[in-house]
Design a protein around this ligand. Structure first.
Ligand code: FES
Length: 88
């Protein structure tokens, strides 16, 4: 995976900021996720990072949740909602 390494202990949301995903609003998704984490007081429990291209640009924006390895494609800004029921 391109970008920063991820600790296996800390839940981490990775948002692709490669050119293809940026062209389909991934920076806005990143900003919305950051705001949601802050709103739910999860900023110190969940890391939010950006990555480079994963090679799935046509399916972007791409968001991955680690350590589970959950892969989301064609994410919309409105999808960037953090649910308090998630167990972080
Ligand atoms: S730019 Fe995001 S997968 Fe290629």
């Amino acid at each position: 995976m391109a970008g920063e390494s991820v600790s296996k202990e800390t839940p981490t949301i990775l948002v692709c900021l490669g050119t293809g995903c940026v062209s389909s609003n991934s920076p806005q998704i990143y900003d919305e996720l950051a705001a949601e984490l802050k709103k739910h007081n999860l900023s110190d429990k969940v890391e939010l990072k950006f990555t480079g291209c994963h090679g799935f640009c046509q399916r972007g924006p791409i968001v991955i949740v680690e350590p589970e390895g959950i892969f989301y494609s064609e994410v919309k800004v409105k999808d960037a909602e953090v649910n308090n029921e998630w167990e972080w």
